[in-house]
Write a protein that binds this ligand. Sequence first.
Ligand SMILES: *Cc1c(COP(=O)(O)O)cnc(C)c1O
Length: 379
Amino acid sequence: MDQRIDDFRSLSPAVQRASTVLFDSIADFTTRKERVFDGYTYGVTGTPTTRALEERIARLEGARFCVTAPSGQAALCQIGLALLTAGDHVLISDSAYGPLRTFAKDYLQRFGVVCETYDPAAGAELAQCLRPETRLIFMESPGSLTMEMQDIPAIVQLAKAAGVLTVLDNSWASPLGFQGVPAGVDIVVEAASKWFGGHSDLLLGAIATDSRALYEKLRTAQSVLGQAVSPDDCFLALRGLDTFALRYAHQCASALVVAQRLAQHASVDGVLFPPLPGDRGHARWAASFQGGGCVLSFIPKLQSSEQVHRFFDALEVFQIGASWGGVHSLAAYYPAAEQAKRGHCEFKQGIVRLAIGVEPVEQLARDLEQALRRAAEPS
Ligand SMILES: *Cc1c(COP(=O)(O)O)cnc(C)c1O
């Protein structure tokens, strides 16, 4: 059935679904592999809806190319599988996303890639960890739980000098806070599930690069590994991006207010949030970043499990949950034992992580204050 679409225009992008892509001639069909990178060959490498999203993300990142992935974690794994070979050595920030470190330890190592974690506060001294077979450095700055800022310009410089690729998980800052590709990072990853989607109902990842050669390797890996992204999910991300700058400005400003209130609170031992003046990563953040994030952590003075439970059970506006970047504020807890497992963590205490949503900031600050009061009450 022919569909009449030429006299219809919508303000929103069309969702174009396909496994099969049709070709005009058998000549087009037999040469389809030539169009994997710039055209359409099969649903797994995308439809016009996917391309619209990838082009929009590339523009946001200040990059030439973008490949989407089914989740942020899938994007991270796809990079490893696309670019690494047995015998390669990889450096991974000790505060990088936990499942990436697990993928490195339990999968890449099994395939003969040597993975080593490094101090997440590293800068130029990371040069000492380079080996002749070092292929790639995975950065995440700030680390999205313990918030160490890496010296990205220094690491980019030493990596370029050594011919080592750099990858940055930029999910915390997003390209509105920091554009890694123009800063010289080879590959920038976003957990699009977070800021871009913006409503806690989407799983999506994005990989951006300026290098045509890297783009082709990443697109090929997407195809071969079958990392298909649903056009419906791309539509949700496109819609999320329409309000992204507004959400970002509001949530970052609220996060700074919450961080300041917590920093002055008698029941708080420390606030981890690079945009906060006095934070150990503030100078690096201020030197390179144009914006903050909506995720911050703090170390409560009240560390007994009873007190921690009372704090979380008393929260009324914050809901308990991992993830972040949506409109609802969330709180999560990372017990001391988890920090102790890491090789380069300066904290031995339990850490509360907050994701700030769009609720009125005074409500959020008061909710935390009343819950901290409840935690301090004698049991
Ligand atoms: C959530 C997150 C990821 C993974 O994204 P998913 O889409 O949930 O797989 C990767 N890195 C960081 C820093 C994250 O916060």
